[in-house]
Design a binder for this molecule. Sequence first.
Ligand code: DC
Length: 219
Amino acid sequence: MVVAVDGTSGSGKSSTCRLVAERLGLRYLDTGAMYRAVAWWMLQHDVNIYDVDEVAARAHEPLLESGTDPLRPTITLDGVDVSVEIRSEAVNAAVSPVSTVPAVRARLVDLQRATIGEGGIVVEGRDIGSVVWPDAGLKIYLTADPAARARRRAAEAGTHDVAATQESLLNRDRIDSARTVAPLVMPDGAVHVDSTHLSLDEVVDVVVGLATAPADVAP
Ligand code: DC
């Protein structure tokens, strides 16, 4: 079973996917963390993240590994865990430009397909149901209105500046949706779940319900 969950930043994908994976006994892959780790590596190596050729030339260098236990997901870069570093403001600002570079996407999509191919996994991202794994057994497109997303992200980050958080989210939405390679879209055959007025448990129940529905009523 492959469950593909795509959607905007802050729509609740990570918490939802981890809990769904736990409930269904599946593995979990956060593809956003992979793009974040590459962006962090580029910053650490003084690569100009706005120079597409420079980013592309170094895209094969970072050695990435994703741990797929939903209770303890990890991401290591050259053997060092960077789970904390990839959530920094510097990475928030750098990740969308880095993830528009085709060579970065090609490298990460190969890694993602190798992991997904081992089976039994919930995968979150922007292009999982559309590009990475279009044959997923269940595809979810998870969204929420910008104010709700900003409130959640600000609470997670422990900041009171919800307006700045919303601006940063909307900026990433713009870049993610406008890029030419694998833009954020609602994949064919996806179920749209709007989490604006749903609690986390309610969203998890919806996704688990769809994943375990008999084949003739599942989308
Ligand atoms: O899910 P997230 O906010 O951690 O993702 C960070 C960025 O990574 C997001 O702004 C766009 C990029 N991304 C992507 O281009 N494709 C994916 N499958 C996942 C994330």
